[in-house]
Design a protein around this ligand. Structure first.
Ligand SMILES: *Cc1c(COP(=O)(O)O)cnc(C)c1O
Length: 362
């Protein structure tokens, strides 16, 4: 068809599967296995449908913005709120990456970055992680059109030191550096304090992982007021009302309950530590994770095999048929009970695999 010549063609991002089968153990999309703070349920029960008659408030005028600002000890003019951090990151790509020079991000990282770069026609260059899957700071100290990376990185779970993050931000004063902190609450140190010193730093966080609200879609960026103003100018040029009234009301409660939030993160960290020893015992190797997942390879059994067998047992993990990481599985940390089921299934898979091997040899 002739009109297809004028189509903006893109290859979309592929999220992890959301099986509609009941009873599945979902360890494939880094969702939190625990419910949101109790206040969120109360706010949901108290929510009046009549409130939906009006357009939602502008994010910066909401109680959610005030609570977030108080929580992070910054001004409301230093926060940009969006529909999940995917929305925030997408707006940030559109706003800040307008250079002819390539934007830099790691070769193994969140697989939405190249999708946004493609859809917005932003040139980019993927910088290979080193052998141990670490980011090499010096790769980001060449002329570029901007920098973006998650810390901890996904899907590796590896945390970069705050000094290394600062080195990258300091080396790139002429462009915007975005630090995607989707997993920072599981043991990392946020780069947020650096926004006082660096006007080119944007720190992005989300309610989807540590605050158990992936379905509500709330994410936010923090930076100096000038950065936030530019982000808002672009966002209000695309769609004034992206956030909805319920998200504001429920999100506030998630921020207010600091004790619940901390307890929830601690539980996941504890389960992750246990998972490290359980996976080691079963022949897996993996980098030390500071996220709510472990990126693990088995010493003898191919990742694809484990992925398929786990699925047959109704346990979903994430596997990418990609260069360098094709033998790794990204396993989200679930409840202790879910993880026990995973270990049992892995024992079974290991047994069957070694029986199969032996029968081939004899
Ligand atoms: C999950 C995730 C996001 C997006 O989360 P939202 O649900 O859109 O807030 C962004 N970056 C990374 C690295 C993620 O893992």
């Amino acid at each position: 068809m002739k009109w297809e010549e004028n189509v903006r063609r893109v290859t979309p991002y592929t999220p992890g599967e959301q099986p509609d089968k009941a009873g599945v153990i979902k360890l494939n999309t880094n969702e939190n296995p625990y419910p949101p703070a109790p206040g969120v349920s109360e706010a949901a029960a108290a929510f009046q449908a009549g409130q939906l008659r009006l357009y939602p408030a502008f994010p910066e005028k909401t109680l959610l913005a005030k609570e977030l600002a108080a929580h992070h000890r910054i001004g409301t003019d230093q926060i940009f709120i969006g529909v999940g951090s995917d929305d925030v990151l997408s707006m940030a790509f559109m706003t800040f990456f307008q250079s002819d020079r390539p934007v830099f991000f790691p070769d193994i990282t969140y697989s939405f970055y190249d999708v946004w770069a493609d859809v917005y026609r932003i040139p980019y260059s993927r910088k290979p992680l080193n052998e141990d899957f670490n980011i090499s700071v010096k790769d980001y100290c060449q002329p570029n059109g901007g920098v973006v990376f998650p810390n901890p990185n996904a899907p590796t779970g590896i945390l970069m030191s705050l000094d290394a993050v600062e080195e990258i931000v300091a080396a790139n004063r002429d462009v915007v550096v975005i630090v995607d902190e989707a997993y920072i609450d599981f043991g990392g140190t946020s780069a947020l304090p650096l926004i006082e010193k660096y006007d080119n730093l944007l720190v992005v966080q989300t309610f989807s992982k540590s605050r158990s609200m992936a379905g509500m879609r709330i994410g936010y960026a923090m930076g100096q007021p000038a950065l936030i103003r530019y982000l808002n100018d672009v966002k209000y040029s695309v769609n004034s009302y992206t956030m909805n009234t319920a998200a504001y009301a429920f999100g506030v409660e998630a921020v207010r309950d600091q004790a619940y939030f901390e307890a929830c993160c601690q539980k996941i960290i504890k389960t992750r530590e246990r998972a490290e020893s359980e996976l080691l015992k079963r022949g897996f190797v993996f980098p030390k994770s500071f996220a709510n997942f472990i990126f693990a390879a088995h010493k003898t059994i191919p990742a694809r095999e484990i992925f398929e067998r786990l699925k047959e047992n109704d346990i979903y993990v994430r596997w990418w048929d990609k260069d360098r990481i094709g033998n790794y599985l990204r396993i989200t940390i679930g409840t202790d009970e879910q993880m026990e089921a995973l270990y049992r299934a892995l024992d079974k898979i290991c047994r069957v695999y070694s029986d199969k091997k032996n029968s081939i040899i004899t």
